[in-house]
Write a protein that binds this ligand. Structure first.
Ligand code: ZN
Ligand code: ZN
Length: 257
């Protein structure tokens, strides 16, 4: 299975997953044109994408979904709550597949498992995906790591986990107080420390690879997210761990699992 984070951060998110001839986008939170450009930059023909699975209705996950669905006739998978909250994205001509927030489903050779996360959206989910051999879990847009989210990450070979903000940068930064509280609340976003703690527990159980994702442009720095996680992993005696930070402005490397 191959995975490329086409974009990651508060300005837009999209992850391409491929296994053999099956290619799927998890979210399309840039314009349709930008998603196409980023796919092309990794030698992926957008016409090969078979479906878009959508985590929730926030613009940084859904901006390009309607355009791509209409242009390529790709079906879009989402929960009813997400659909209700994103009606303005669609014109009625797209193929929408409504999924339950704990549903497992297949697209080509890829099997997806949706799972709920605590986030301030209508019915947010994220996904773990497997080709039957390896498994990847995407866990972004969550205020806390619930037991369910932890269980989904636990079985994965590669975890894509949110490191949205550094607590000091957020608290001393320019955002109004209520927004700071929303971001750092249980249904907001995950901090560097929150992710680091989860990674330490997962690494103790055998996880060896993670991608840090969905960084805030204002309240985080790639180096800070990485340092916080590495520092905590080392503190737990874990040295052999592969950690990448996904970026907003360019696609990640292509991860093979
Ligand atoms: Zn969100
Ligand atoms: Zn988001």
């Amino acid at each position: 299975m191959k995975i490329c984070l086409l974009a990651s951060g508060s300005g837009g998110n999209s992850i391409y997953v491929q296994n053999g001839s099956s290619g799927v986008l998890i979210d399309a939170g840039l314009t349709g044109k930008k998603i196409e450009e980023r796919l092309h930059s990794r030698n992926i023909n957008p016409a090969r994408v078979q479906a878009i699975v959508v985590s929730h209705e926030h613009a940084d996950h859904i901006k390009g979904v309607g355009v791509l669905a209409r242009r390529y006739g790709m079906p879009v998978w989402m929960t009813q709550g997400t659909l209700n909250a994103s009606k303005q994205t669609f014109r009625g001509t797209e193929q929408i597949r409504v999924l339950e927030n704990d549903e497992s489903f297949s697209i080509g050779d890829l099997s997806f498992q949706a799972f709920q996360l605590p986030h301030d959206a209508a019915d947010p989910v994220n996904f773990s995906v497997t080709d039957g051999r390896a498994e990847v879990a995407v866990a972004t847009d969550m205020g806390t790591v619930t037991q369910l989210v932890y269980q989904r990450m636990r079985s994965a070979d590669l975890v894509i986990i949110e490191t949205n903000y550094d607590r000091d940068l957020l608290m001393n930064g320019p955002y109004p107080w209520d927004l700071k509280m929303r971001i750092s609340g249980t249904h907001g976003h995950l901090s560097n420390h929150g992710a680091a703690e989860a990674l330490c527990n997962l690494a103790a159980e055998g996880l060896q690879r993670a991608v840090l994702a969905h960084l805030s442009e204002k309240n985080n720095r790639p180096n800070l997210a990485r340092k916080t996680c590495i520092h905590q992993l080392r503190g737990h005696g874990i040295r052999d761990f592969s950690l990448c930070v996904a970026e907003q402005d360019r696609p990640s490397e292509v991860f093979e699992v």
